[in-house]
Design a protein around this ligand. Structure first.
Ligand code: FES
Length: 203
């Protein structure tokens, strides 16, 4: 879950030097906080950071981290520790479509190098970068728990699995033109049933 998060931006950044939750999110926060025992509201930090990140267009500015720390009555450094530990929190702006490419061993063995390469070539960016039009950003992450259909990538909240360079390019082209390509297992070329022993103990 951990990894390089890049250099956090220096503030103020236009539109992000101050943060307040929207009234709609404030209502959600009230409901979230009620789920925790009195005195344990700091445990709500992950859902609150997720709300803040979504409100900010996919990343978590420092003022949002400070607002959450104040709201949960915890030292800012504790909130920063959480934000910098979990790679799902982005500490600098990302594209409208944020690609998280799994690079852990099962995905690497199944061709994540080629998936990374097609992303870089097609989008003209390297990991950690955003396309000039702000549509896409690319980052490399550790296992996202879909190894059975490696290689895979997560784009915003959706998983795309069993990728090939061609299918990845197709997905990027579809997203760029406002379409929603099918999520989940992209290719139908491989059987992905679990191995089960027969009566003789053979697989
Ligand atoms: S190794 Fe890529 S999803 Fe697990």
């Amino acid at each position: 879950m951990t990894g390089s998060k890049g250099t956090p931006p220096t503030y103020p950044i236009e539109g992000h030097d101050f943060f307040v939750f929207t009234p709609e999110n404030q209502e959600k926060i009230e409901a979230i906080l009620k789920k925790y025992p009195v005195g344990r509201q700091a445990s709500a930090i992950l859902p609150l950071m997720d709300l803040a990140q979504r409100q900010c267009g996919g990343w978590l500015p420092q003022p949002a981290i400070e607002t959450i720390a104040t709201l949960l009555k915890m030292p800012v450094i504790r909130a920063q520790e959480v934000a910098t530990f979990y790679t799902m929190f982005n500490l600098k702006p990302v594209g409208k479509h944020h690609i998280q490419l799994c690079r852990t061993t099962p995905c690497w063995l199944r061709g994540s190098d080629a998936i990374k390469s097609i992303c870089e070539t097609h989008l003209g960016i390297k990991p950690g970068e955003v396309t000039p039009d702000g549509k896409f950003s690319l980052t490399e992450v550790e296992c996202l728990g879909a190894c059975i259909n490696a290689p895979m990538a997560q784009i915003n909240d959706d998983y795309y699995e069993d990728l090939t360079p061609e299918s990845m390019k197709n997905i990027l082209q579809n997203i760029a033109t406002g379409k929603s390509p099918p999520t989940g297992k992209v290719s139908s070329t491989k059987a992905k049933k679990p191995l089960v022993e027969d009566e003789e103990g053979d697989l």
